[in-house]
Design a protein around this ligand. Sequence first.
Ligand SMILES: [Zn+2]
Length: 435
Amino acid sequence: MSLSFKKTTLLFIIFCGFLFFLINVIELNSNYKNIKTPNATKSLQNTLITKDISNKPPIETDDSNENSFKNVKKPKSKETIIIVKKDQTFSSILDNFNFDNKKKFAIINAINAIYDLRELKVNQKIIFLIDKNENVEKIIIELNFNTNLEADLRSDIKIVKKELETFSEINSQEYVISNSLYADGINNNIPNQILIKLIQLFSFDLDFQRDIQKDTKVSISYEKIFVKNKSDYALGDIEYAKIIIKNNTLEYFKFLTDDGFIDYFNRQGKNVKKSILKTPIDGARISSSFGMRKHPISGFNKMHKGVDFAAPIGTPVYAGGNGVIEMVGVNGGYGKYIRIRHNNEYKTAYAHLNSYRKGISKGVRVNQGEVIGYVGNTGRSTGPHLHYEIIYQNKKVNPLKLKLPSGKILKGDELARFEKNYKMILANHLNNLFE
Ligand SMILES: [Zn+2]
């Protein structure tokens, strides 16, 4: 009897102990969740928004990259940061470390195979990770805001380019114009680069001199892009812009179209842009229009199948519309020449260029208004100018007389996707403004 009583008590005590343990575990777990949740959701929201509306390639989250930062903090290896000075070569930077000549040239050759070291710029950052035996185990070159080149020297030389993880933040602001869209934007701490984009965005619909009056209200959301462990940031795209003039509201939302272009649409899914620009250059005057004329070089009467815009050498030339580069290169009397294919019916061509913008090559996608090259005087040309052609169904047509179709109007599934997207952008914008 007494034995069984003892047993029961013992069992009861064990059971209570287990219960106590269980409660603790549950409580710990819920505490852990409480700590984690807000951050996790916030960054998830941010990523979701960015992912949905940007056409940047998905960001590679690389654990080894994180490790390299952790290595920095380990006491065993230390880091030396070199900021490239004027006229300093990579070879002379390596002389600060204990490499023999053979190793030095092996490193330079290995890096040069992936990145041309002559492109090192003043103020570019190079990090050397040094182990406890004073040997450099890793060299990290910051190529741009979110790309590093890493040379691992521990056994063989291994070179990798690493995209750093980025995250973005949407900034939203509202202001009233008392002077101008630009000046008041600057006074409201909106970055210059974003204001220029804003002006471009509205330039299809607005005459800035006439339409914008005192007390016009502007609303804008734009993206700031950050990289982990860095304090500086890059500016991304405008997400949302609204301007209210008298009784007219212009409102545009950023959207990544099915064919891969970042573009802006109003709530009805209508594109802000006209399909092709008639003047793909700023502030130039027409020096020769489309039609018969005496050719200034040959002297013969000839049909001039384009429009000439006189402008100083180096003036930026814009892509007339969204499209794909079909040709870049010297093209006979045209000199340096670019042709863009916009769709099945329209192409545009740009001749006598001085140079092409870096990165412009056959097959590259360009957006309307993006700089593709610079005015020059190459080929059969009598002075610096841009010769611009619009080609419709393989015939050169007069750009100034052409009735251009308006920009894209979203339909069906694409429209449905846009609607979901714009509601998210708007909610985020309002939330930022009034939170
Ligand atoms: Zn011409």
